[in-house]
Design a protein around this ligand. Structure first.
Ligand code: SF4
Length: 169
């Protein structure tokens, strides 16, 4: 018998018909409604993801996520997480420098899209900015980048958050 599933359920333990009631310490102590204590879930970690809308000849630069880890192999606008103490301009410029070798002018940012998404263990905020930038993309944190025409962004397998960003652009 599946005792935990059929008899000793967390909300309504059926002690009168329970085969182990004579030996049950929870019942003897009158704690059958409180043991086991409900598991407390750890608070979701909040991620503030900044991404750049880098345009060239009507196309946007997209980057493929690493093939292992969170959301492997899906495509996104390039960027990264904002670190504590960083401004958005600093965070975006740092991520695009570190991950693509690009120089972003910190004063030229314009917010174009914003998405809030709740994942199993995370709360994700994505803010996408147009920016002035220089350089040639040399991916360091991505396995692949490509220029994609704006109208066909949704033909690539984007992350859910990025699909919602693309809908706003
Ligand atoms: S007697 Fe104990 S094990 Fe059986 S249902 Fe009650 S609390 Fe659960």
């Amino acid at each position: 018998m599946e005792l935990g599933a059929l008899v000793c359920t967390p909300r309504r333990p059926r002690c009168l018909t329970c085969p182990v009631r004579k030996d049950c310490r929870a019942r003897k102590l009158g704690l059958q409604d409180r043991i086991p204590m409900p598991r407390r879930h750890a608070p979701r970690r909040r991620i503030r993801y900044l991404c750049g809308i880098l345009e060239r000849n009507g196309s946007l630069l997209l980057a493929r996520r690493p093939l292992s880890g969170l959301l492997p192999g899906l495509w996104e606008l390039p960027g990264g997480e904002r670190s504590p103490g960083e401004s958005e301009a600093e965070g975006l410029a740092r991520n695009l420098r570190e991950r693509l070798g690009l120089q972003v002018e910190p004063t030229g940012l314009r917010l174009r899209a914003e998405v809030e998404q709740t994942l199993t263990h995370r709360e994700l905020q994505i803010r996408a900015f147009s920016c002035r930038w220089k350089g040639r993309p040399r991916p360091q944190g991505y396995p692949e980048v490509r220029w994609a025409p704006k109208r066909s962004l949704n033909q690539l397998p984007l992350t859910t958050g990025m699909r919602r960003v693309a809908d706003q652009l």
